[in-house]
Design a protein around this ligand. Structure first.
Ligand code: ADP
Ligand code: MG
Length: 518
């Protein structure tokens, strides 16, 4: 452990007893402290440096957590939960970690100072989280595509990101361009309709259609095809394998094989083109050079694509992927697009006006690879926030929704010690606004008190320090981000509080093996 932040963790030597709660909670605090100052729009950045002295500046909780090298095993758990949060809702990771740290701090106080049994604290956390989420769900407001609230959700989500102000209009434009096309089973799934690519040499832009970061298979193929009849080919385009040649094959055998290759390649190309296709998107593992050459001579536009791209291209053009020669005879296999062309300067291929579902591509620029990566992540976060907001509703941001939950949760009047456990959750609910404001240079505690005394939805204007209705100010968060963050924080806190001892164990992976063998 070279990192002084994690000095609290020493390797678990045999026969050494640990005060597990103390050690584990210190580890969580250390991790929380590395990300808490990034929370909110005025949060600070972290400079990440790896062994090769590569540098990367980030403000994104999960990016920072994932890049931490030396880490306590319990803290590793936080990183995993933050990662899951990121995957499920794409935002709110710092919030989750800050709340978890607060829950653990408060839980530890109850256990150590007041002698409350950890099980009771854990029960209190469980019911506190459950009730908080229920109240939040009840209070959340539905929004739709054309509401100003959608813009505000995106702006709030991007406010703490690099270049967030510039990216918001781009994200909003993309969302509204695809609109209801992104509806699947009555809920929005923008991943299917918005492609986000990052380019250091192109400007920020939303383009109707698909942009492939690829070149034509051969520079002699046409640069452009109008009225493209599109085939997505997954079938084997290498009819004769070189490996079939034996080591000491005779000259005639080789010649025969070569002739066979030419004939079979031509047959395949003929069959493909007989369908009427003039544009072939190729996801086949291998393509024979002869096949490629025949495509060139028949003036076909062919480009290699990845398996991931198949889905988008199929949805956009209506083409059904061809797996076997027999598939070529089926009706309706071809898709259509008004135009496909290569922009040779930028090294990309555009597909316009597909006849399937609408798809847009958001080009995110950046002067360096790192900035374009950070901006690219931010743009995706903005899209995810909007999706969560449209599907599940919206609550007041800036920690206001959490803060005003406190009284409601406290008034639940649970029996006995469970009520005490609830305080662990309410402490966490207060910590979000406090941290956001502390990071903005205010006396967080004082401002939180002021906000608490005002009505629901009121928080603190981060620029003036005055109390303000967060809905009027347009600082809004998706409900889902808040409930997921609360649940994630609760999970972390419960596991840490439940552990009463860290023990040095034999190799646990080996143990698992021997158990399954039994
Ligand atoms: P996370 O990783 O948890 O998403 P962020 O750094 O993105 O952390 O901060 C999110 C928090 O910042 C949310 O609670 C959000 O409401 C709050 N926030 C965003 N913009 C503002 C603002 N203008 N004023 C106050 N709070 C804001
Ligand atoms: Mg965020």
């Amino acid at each position: 452990m070279s990192n002084p932040n994690y000095g609290v963790w020493r390797p678990m030597a045999e026969n050494v007893e640990f005060n597990a709660l103390e050690s584990n909670s210190n580890a969580v605090m250390a991790v929380a402290d590395t990300v808490r100052t990034t929370l909110g729009p005025k949060g600070l950045d972290k400079l990440l440096i790896d062994q090769a002295m590569n540098r990367h500046v980030s403000n994104d909780g999960v990016t920072i957590l994932l890049s931490l090298k030396a880490i306590h095993p319990v803290a590793r758990m936080i990183v995993e939960i933050a990662e899951r949060q990121e995957q499920l809702v794409g935002d709110g990771t710092t919030t989750a970690v800050v709340m978890a740290a607060e829950m653990i701090k408060e839980g530890k106080r109850l256990v150590k100072e007041l002698g409350v049994h950890p099980t009771k604290v854990v029960e209190g956390i469980e019911s506190g989280v459950k009730h908080s989420c229920q109240i939040l769900v009840r209070e959340a407001k539905k929004i739709s595509l054309n509401d100003i609230a959608l813009e505000q959700i995106v702006q709030t989500s991007l406010s703490s990101k690099m270049d967030g102000q510039k990216l918001s209009p781009l994200v909003i434009l993309a969302l509204r361009s695809v609109g209801k096309n992104a509806l699947y089973n009555e809920s929005f799934d923008f991943d299917k309709s918005i492609m986000v690519i990052r380019r250091t040499n192109m400007d920020d832009r939303v383009v109707n259609g698909i942009i492939l970061e690829r070149k034509r298979m051969d520079p002699e193929m046409p640069l452009e095809i109008k009225d493209a009849r599109v085939m997505i080919a997954k079938l084997d385009l290498k009819p004769v394998k070189e490996s079939w040649l034996k080591e000491n094959s005779k000259y005639e055998e080789i010649l025969h094989m070569e002739n066979d290759r030419v004939t079979k390649s031509k047959e395949i190309v003929d069959e493909i083109l007989a369908t009427g296709a003039n544009t072939i998107l190729i996801a086949s593992p291998e393509v024979d050079e002869f096949v490629e050459n025949f495509f060139v001579s028949r003036k076909v536009f062919a480009v290699r694509i990845s398996t991931e791209e198949i889905e988008y291209l199929s949805r956009y053009t209506g083409a059904k992927p061809i797996r076997m020669i027999d598939d070529l005879k089926k009706p309706g296999i071809l898709g259509r697009a008004d135009r496909i062309y290569e922009d040779e300067n930028n090294g990309v291929i555009y597909l316009e006006n597909g006849s399937g579902r609408n798809i847009v591509t958001m080009i995110v620029s950046g002067t360096t690879k790192e900035t374009s990566l950070e901006r690219w992540r931010a743009a995706i976060d903005g899209v995810n926030a909007a999706e969560a907001a449209l599907n599940n509703g919206v609550v007041a941001g800036g920690g206001a929704a959490e803060l005003h939950l406190i009284e409601k949760v406290k008034s639940l009047r649970l029996k006995g010690l469970e009520q005490v456990g609830l305080e662990v959750v309410t402490a966490a609910l207060e910590s979000i606004m406090r941290q956001i404001l502390t990071n903005a240079g205010f006396n967080g505690l004082e401002k939180v008190m002021a906000a608490k005394a005002s009505s629901d939805d009121f928080g603190i204007d981060i620029d003036t320090g005055e109390t303000v209705d967060m809905w009027k100010k347009g600082v809004l968060d998706p409900l889902l981000v808040k409930t997921m963050a609360l649940q994630a924080a609760g999970e972390i806190a419960k596991s840490v509080l439940r552990i009463d001892r860290n023990l040095a164990a034999e190799d646990l992976s080996l143990q698992a093996v021997s158990e399954t063998k039994r």
